[in-house]
Design a protein around this ligand. Structure first.
Ligand SMILES: Nc1nc2c(ncn2[C@@H]2O[C@H](COP(=O)(O)OP(=O)(O)O)[C@@H](O)[C@H]2O)c(=O)[nH]1
Ligand SMILES: [Mg+2]
Length: 217
């Protein structure tokens, strides 16, 4: 299937906030309560349509690396969008948002669109962070904001799509040099192969890193 744009997304935030579950809900439309923590980067992909244009979202998951704070530069490189996730029932995950943003600012493209997500909104009775606080943080830092539940699927689809439409709008407004940063061409090989080739071409992904990623998949 062909697409007009391929966007790389990354998912960041503390361990246990539901990053992997959000990815699984978006790509597979299912919720798996206990996720197997493997070390290394895992990927998910899905096609969406924005403005009548087919777009491929390729989503990178930290797969547990965040617990060691050992997320590599290559994880952030070339990302057009980021979902920055906290857990509305765990205050500390909200308190750590600023440090996640600092990481992103250091390693990612300055034009990367960041969607702040207060996840687990199905657990209203255990809420420790109000919706207003989430909104306020997003406003202060120029982020888009939504509360979601990877369990009930509430706002999951919306969060990924809203992020894509914001990126698309930035492209329309000329904020990105698309040819340089993000792939815009027809799919021939598998998305992953093509993306890796693109990254290798641009010198964004070192061959050794690629080998590590491959061996873990
Ligand atoms: N109730 C509820 N539990 C969730 C939700 N999202 C994730 N979880 C649970 O939270 C735990 C951590 O989820 P996971 O996706 O592995 O978090 P990660 O470490 O950020 O990738 C798991 O036990 C999930 O079942 C949610 O939206 N609602
Ligand atoms: Mg995970």
């Amino acid at each position: 299937m062909s697409y007009a744009y391929l966007f790389k997304y990354i998912v960041i935030g503390d361990t246990g906030v539901g990053k992997s579950c959000l990815l699984l809900q978006f790509t597979d439309k299912r919720f798996q309560p206990v996720h197997d923590l493997t070390i290394g980067v895992e990927f998910g992909a899905r096609m969406i349509t924005i403005d009548n244009k087919p777009m491929k979202l390729q989503i990178w998951d930290t797969a547990g690396q965040e617990s060691f704070r050992s997320i590599t530069r290559s994880y952030y490189r070339g990302a057009a969008g980021a979902l920055l996730v906290y857990d509305i029932t765990r205050r500390e995950t909200f308190n750590h948002l600023a440090s996640w943003l600092e990481d992103a600012r250091q390693h990612a493209n300055a034009n990367m669109t960041v969607m702040l997500i207060g996840n687990k909104c199905d657990l209203a009775h255990r809420r420790a962070v109000s919706t207003e606080e989430g909104e306020q943080f997003a406003k202060e830092h120029g982020l888009i904001f939504m509360e979601s539940s990877a369990k009930t699927a509430q706002n999951v689809e919306e969060a990924f799509i809203k992020t894509a439409s914001t990126i698309y709008k930035k492209i329309q407004d000329g904020a990105f040099d698309v040819s340089n940063e993000f792939v815009d061409r027809m799919e021939s090989k598998s998305v992953m192969e093509e993306y890796k080739d693109h990254q290798l071409e641009k010198g964004l992904l070192l061959k050794e890193e690629l080998a590590v990623t491959e061996s873990r998949r």
